[in-house]
Ligand binder design. Structure first.
Ligand SMILES: [Zn+2]
Length: 444
């Protein structure tokens, strides 16, 4: 009896060790197709313009034709996986008064596809791209605006991730979204984030892809390995009490979006070591915006994934040649192998999070004026164990960890609480982990 018990423990720990990398994620990386992404970016660019205020009636030109095509692509994917995607429009009427870039009342229409989770159907990890495009004048809704990189690339990546991941089943739901109204003031993201709140959807986080196809930067750097992960430091809707607690217990660089950024960084380094993920410690580029922000505004984790080296002559530009420079966001500037890689980055992170148990809701930390840090956390249904992570206070990444099995408290002997930051992740049976939770309570 005792011997069996020991054997069982040995087997259990072995599987725990071997499952640190999941071979399915390598299959997912290999299944992403640059060719299909190229076809989709081409189709999207060929709608002429996808401006939010453009024609919605034509079958060949304008945002109406574009969104109907995106919906039909999700439906095609669904048809080949026994209807595994629930595909629908989510829309909001945006009135002329609501922004200088809304020159007439307009329905801002998002296209949503949900791959329903088997165990946690109401928990969602989201991948998004944008449907809409623009030229130099943000209110010009008739001129040709191919938006090949901004943001047909992110949209095509989202369609492709859905195709690849539709071959698997997940415990959490995955939501693939084409958002509209980005260039007019982030209206599509706002609409969907509010809709999620109203419906009581538990949003694990959103990975917003905006420009994932350019490798030749205005800075002269050409790299098909670098990419950026933007995340804000702490949620904008935190309470005054939370803000004050941070002053004494830390957390200035440990908000929920930052933990999602670290998750993507780590998964990429583990499974795609040829890539160079660059975490940028800010909400978005200097003074610029993206569709993860409205999700952050209502308290959801959200990051922006994008190329590292942008080229401003190829964004938001009328197509023209001026002083020998070709302006315009046209197909020729998109590197589809690179867009494929960033799509794979999304796909493995969607899969890993969707296969992982939820994160513990409460994580408590103690150890003030003691030789050891102490942690306690709430039990997670579906977790087979937990990992304690810690790092130097100046480090951007969770450099140290300890697997502690299926317990809900632990003392890190000899590790003084003052000198590190700590967090807890829940671990599932096949080794996938939740994002890390920074302590949200203190005990003595
Ligand atoms: Zn843009």
């Amino acid at each position: 009896m005792k011997r069996n018990y020991i054997l069982l423990i040995a087997l259990f720990s072995a599987s725990f060790v071997f499952s640190q990398t999941d071979p399915r994620l390598y299959d997912i990386i290999n299944s992403v197709s640059a060719e299909r992404i190229k076809n989709d970016v081409t189709t999207l660019a060929n709608f002429g313009t996808r401006h939010t205020l453009s024609d919605t009636v034509s079958q060949t030109r304008g945002i109406g034709a574009a969104r109907r095509w995106i919906k039909s692509e999700f439906e095609n994917t669904s048809a080949s996986c026994n209807g595994c995607l629930e595909v629908f429009y989510q829309k909001n009427l945006v009135k002329k008064e609501e922004g200088q870039r809304i020159v007439k009342d307009v329905w801002v229409v998002n296209v949503v596809a949900v791959q329903r989770g088997t165990k946690y159907p109401n928990r969602y990890i989201i991948m998004s791209g944008d449907i809409d495009s623009r030229v130099s004048d943000p209110n010009n809704y008739t001129s040709d605006s191919p938006g090949a990189n901004d943001n047909a690339s992110g949209m095509a990546g989202t369609l492709e991730a859905a195709r690849v991941l539709s071959n698997y089943q997940f415990e959490n739901s995955i939501m693939y979204v084409g958002l509209s109204g980005e260039e007019q003031g982030l209206f599509g993201g706002k609409g969907l984030a509010n809709h999620a709140k109203e419906k009581g959807w538990e949003i694990i986080g959103i990975m917003n892809n905006d420009m994932i196809g350019n490798i030749t930067g205005v800075d002269g750097v050409v790299s098909n390995r670098d990419f950026r992960i933007f995340s804000e430091p702490v949620p904008p809707n935190e309470t005054e009490q939370q803000r004050r607690a941070r002053r004494f217990y830390g957390g200035e660089v440990d908000g929920i979006s930052r933990q999602l950024a670290r998750y993507v960084h780590k998964t990429t380094q583990t499974y795609m070591p040829e890539m160079n993920p660059i975490m940028v410690y800010r909400l978005d580029r200097f003074g610029r915006g993206g569709h993860h922000r409205p999700f952050n505004d209502v308290g959801f984790a959200g990051i922006r994934i994008m190329e590292a080296h942008e080229n401003y002559t190829q964004q938001h530009q009328d197509i023209r040649v001026e002083d020998g420079i070709s302006y315009g966001d046209v197909l020729e500037h998109v590197n589809f192998d690179y867009a494929k890689k960033l799509t794979a980055v999304n796909a493995i992170n969607l899969a890993s999070i969707a296969w992982a148990p939820p994160a513990p809701t409460t994580v408590e930390i103690g150890g003030i004026v003691e030789p050891s840090a102490k942690l306690k956390w709430s039990k997670v249904d579906g977790a087979v164990g937990y990992k304690i992570y810690w790092r130097d206070t100046t480090s951007p990444t969770w450099d140290n960890h300890k697997s502690v099995g299926n317990v809900t408290e632990f003392v890190l002997d000899g590790i003084v609480v003052d000198n590190f930051f700590f967090g807890i992740a829940a671990v599932g049976a096949d080794g996938h982990e939740s994002p890390v939770v920074f302590p949200n309570k203190v005990f003595r």
